[in-house]
Ligand binder design. Sequence first.
Ligand SMILES: [Zn+2]
Length: 230
Amino acid sequence: MKRNSWIAWIVGIAAIFAIVEINPQIIPKAKSELKAVNSQIQPYIYLIGANINKEISGETKTTSENQLGKVATPIESPLKNMHTSSTYYYHFKQNVPQNVRQIFENAITEYNNTGIVKIIPGTAQPNQNNLTFFIYHKKIENIVSSTVELGNGGPSALQLNNYAINSGRAGLNMTYPNMSVKNSVAMHELGHALGLGHSSYTNSVMYPVDQGVSKLSEADLNGLKNIYNQ
Ligand SMILES: [Zn+2]
């Protein structure tokens, strides 16, 4: 973050405190705005190619989990220290082609087979967890890093005290279908939607560079168990 934006934040926070001091009934409104911030989708990129160390540094350390002696794939911040349901209702956006639906169905089966989550087709009630699968087009020409975005996804948690209602999203970049319409990419993006973060282990589906891994590692399973309290 740039220095100027820090100053803007400090000024902004000071202004909020000043307003709340003068006008206490503003507090409930501020709280509802805070919830809206917490529920924002976090975009994630998925990189392929050489020279990616610079881009992924800072996302590849899982030392705190290692130090505990049990390796677990990290949890994305919207679901960290939150309770949430392990049952999800999912749907596809209308323009998702059949081959992409099949790839995501494969990933859903893989996650359901763990017994940790239950992902079923249908429409969620407002208080239930839900997943949306989508496609998009994004062309990236980064000659320096030789990277291509294959998909993105993430959780979006409406937080009520320590309980989260997750609206997860997972999508594939159809500008590069030969690279993106793969089980490994669908597993990765669905993992994000369910709350898994990036792993530094190459046998993890959550490693930020496509390794063709479509089976959840033991650390991935531990990460899922941590999110869904098992
Ligand atoms: Zn990712």
